[in-house]
Every structure is written in C-alpha cells, then in structure tokens.
Design a protein around this ligand. Sequence first.
Ligand SMILES: O=C(O)CCC(=O)C(=O)O
Ligand SMILES: [Fe+2]
Length: 202
Amino acid sequence: MKQLSLFGSQEALQFPEDLLEYYPGFISPAECTGLMRRWITEVPWRQQVMQMYGKEVTAPRLMAWYGDTDKSYTFSGTRFEPYAWTAELGGLKQQIEQKTGFTFNSVLLNYYRDGNDSVAWHGDNEDELGRNPVIASVSIGQERRFEFRYRPDHSRKYGLTLENGSLLIMKGDLQHTWEHRIPKSKTQNGPRINLTFRTIRK
Ligand SMILES: O=C(O)CCC(=O)C(=O)O
Ligand SMILES: [Fe+2]
C-alpha cells in the first residue's frame, strides 16, 4: 500500500488511506499475459452509448458485465443485464473473496484499447451498490494512472498507478466523498483490461 502519492501541490493534504488497499502482483505477469490475450478476443465487448445530461455519449472504452444473472445494474441511464459467470471470472472472484474477506456478485470489465481510451470523473455511488460499497479492482496489461478528486474541493487530488496484475480495494465512504477517473494518456498507450467486482443489491 505504499504507492499513494500526492500530485500537484506541496500541501500536506491527507488522502484517507483507510479508503484503499493496494496489492501489487495479485496476478502473476505470465497469467496476466494469457488472460489479456484471451479476454481481448473472447469477451463480448460492447461500446456503450449512454445518456449524459440529455445527450447521447459513446463511452471511450469497451465494456462487458458478468455476474449473478438475477442482478441488473443501471449506469448513466443504461440498464445492463449481466452475462453468466465464466469459470475463470468466478475463480478470480473467489480468490479475491478469500484474500479480502469481502464478497461480490457481479463484475464490470472495461477494455482500454490504447491511451486514448479513458473513464471520466465519477463515483460508483448508484443506489444498487448501497451505502459505502466495497469494490475490488483488478488491472491487467498497460499500467495507467488512477486519479481521485475530493467532491467538495476539486483542487484536492490524489493519484496512483494501477500496475499489471494489481488488486485495488476501494471501500468506506470513498465513492460518496471522492470521484475517480482514468485520464487519457499519450505515454501509457498499450491495451489494458480492468475488472471491478461489485455487490449489486436488489
Ligand atoms: O479502469 C479502472 O481502473 C477504473 C474503472 C472504473 O472506475 C469503473 O468501471 O467504475
Ligand atoms: Fe469507477
């Protein structure tokens, strides 16, 4: 959990570290290479068209949902019906549950094809996730910068690099008090797949 770093000012603004747990090397580099190659071709990726402030916006990345098939999730005005767990994704879920003691019933896959793909500032604070959701984020492939900004004061920012094979747990009131994003990058330009394991409540 060493990698939290302040960017920008020298001010001693404290990011509440108890909102994150970071485990580099959760998946071995060799396994990551195999997963990446398979998932790029085998996952039924879709580029989502979302309603944002009354306009149609195409997400700058590809997505796929898997999970317990009685759970659906509404995200930026679009309802997602999950694909059933594959053995591989179910196994990964179990590994995370064993390591962390938290449980999950769905996973969102995001595929960033290159540095031009991104996710805009948001918090995962939808009603279906409940209060203070625990989200487990696994990153495969190109490492990317992951940034946070404090909702009441956007000048208060933090960032960390999500490395190949890493696991990040987001918890506490993080989703309600901070937003996060993956900005576009000119230098971090290779393909990356991120998986966020979540608990959808009915
Ligand atoms: O790609 C990532 O690391 C984060 C993705 C994310 O924030 C989300 O899907 O809600
Ligand atoms: Fe998110």
